[in-house]
Write a protein that binds this ligand. Structure first.
Ligand SMILES: Nc1nc2c(ncn2[C@@H]2O[C@H](COP(=O)(O)OP(=O)(O)OP(=O)(O)O)[C@@H](O)[C@H]2O)c(=O)[nH]1
Length: 370
């Protein structure tokens, strides 16, 4: 061979003649698919009735899911943080899970979980974690305001009364989104039992919540924390989740108080410990507009009249709009005033800045030098 490759003749499409006309007619009628079905009926026949039923059900499910009555989206441009309530029987791992999720999002370690903890989890997302105590009043209050419920279940024990109680309470004001989390999976030594338990609990959970409800598995602990990858997956799932506003939540103004300040004169309290107190409550306003001087109900306390409503700077602001994918360290904010972290605390008349111990020492040294 002399190295030259002979060029193949290219296919020339016919534009005239009987074949071309036939093709053109076929194209215009658009019955190619019909034709195929006729020509090869076996390929399009139902192979398995079960699979066919499943496909049909799935298609119908997706169709009906779209049939929701459209709701007016009243959320402001910068929506308040999403409320995530962590529920479960005692010692199931609620505090551990919140601590791990906070560490996953903000890279900060929190000691005690006390009151709501708000974090910036993404460019447009903020989350508020609340641990639900196992008394009926807390459950009722939190079921109303929850956007997402993380329902912790001790796999070595199974479902407990607290879980069912909370589920029943949830039905009153509209069901928030519920996600199950199985813990204590490391107590199973036998793989077969573990698989069986997981399956049983999953089906039980589906019966209680809805078919196909998401259930996460936390398969063990490393140095007192859940496995990083599992927590990361759970965090990712939470932060991209979409929430359908519940009717109760969109028709009422409500505040999940994350900080309280007693403004009563200490002298007055000393002389009469049961005197009327003046308190200021802080929190993000959710739902509808809150009227100044209006009547409010404080859960577990009673009905009161507001003396004043004020806007305060956002203690946990979203990052400024910038074109980048992830948050930087400065933007991963954490606000948990009841747990005593967060750095900056806004009061009615003052701003407190928490300085770490090392910082304080440095300043004192500087002052002495001066
Ligand atoms: N082996 C094992 N231990 C766990 C697991 N989850 C939690 N624990 C342990 O269970 C204990 C209780 O965890 P917490 O996070 O304090 O549980 P809690 O639900 O907040 O408890 P209360 O606030 O008292 O209701 C801790 O010592 C954890 O180390 C798990 O998956 N496996």
């Amino acid at each position: 061979m002399d190295g030259k490759v002979k060029k193949q003749k290219q296919h020339q499409q016919k534009h005239s003649g009987p074949k071309a006309e036939k093709k053109k007619a076929k194209k215009e009628s658009g019955s190619a698919e019909e034709d195929e079905r006729k020509r090869n009926p076996k390929a399009f026949a139902v192979q398995s009735a079960t699979r066919m039923a499943k496909t049909f059900h799935r298609a119908q499910d997706i169709k009906t899911r779209k049939h929701h009555i459209p709701l007016v989206d009243r959320t402001p441009l910068k929506p308040p943080p999403v409320v995530i309530v962590v529920v479960g029987p005692p010692k199931v791992g609620k505090s551990t899970l919140i601590r791990c999720l906070i560490k996953n999002f903000t890279r900060q370690k929190l000691g005690d979980i006390c009151g709501p903890v708000t974090i910036v989890s993404g460019k447009k997302h903020r989350l508020t974690f609340v641990e639900c105590n196992n008394d009926i009043n807390t459950m009722i209050d939190l079921a109303k305001v929850a956007d997402l419920v993380l329902m912790l279940i001790d796999a070595s024990f199974g479902f407990e009364m607290e879980t069912f109680e909370f589920l029943n309470i949830c039905q009153v004001h509209g069901f928030p989104r519920i996600m199950g989390v199985l813990t204590h999976l490391d107590s199973f030594k036998n793989n077969k039992t573990l698989r069986k338990t997981k399956k049983n609990l999953k089906h039980r959970f589906w019966t209680e919540v809805y078919q196909g409800a998401k259930l996460f598995y936390l398969s063990g602990m490393v140095y007192g924390e859940y496995q990083t990858q599992e927590v990361k997956n759970l965090g990712r799932f939470i932060s991209v989740m979409k929430f359908r506003p519940l009717v109760w939540q969109t028709s009422h103004p409500y505040v999940l108080v994350d900080r309280m300040e007693d403004l009563t004169d200490p002298d007055k309290i000393r002389t009469d410990p049961k005197c009327d107190r003046t308190v200021s409550l802080y929190g993000y306003l959710r739902g509808t507009h809150l009227k100044n001087k209006g009547q409010v109900h404080i859960a577990g306390v009673g009905d009161f009249q507001l003396s004043d409503v004020n806007f305060l700077p956002d203690p946990c602001p979203l990052p400024d709009a910038q074109k980048k994918r992830a948050l930087n360290e400065k933007e991963r904010l954490l606000y948990a005033p009841m747990a005593g972290v967060g750095g900056v605390v806004y009061d009615k008349d003052a701003v407190y800045i928490d300085l770490p111990a090392s910082h304080v020492n440095q300043q004192q040294v500087c002052a002495r030098e001066v």
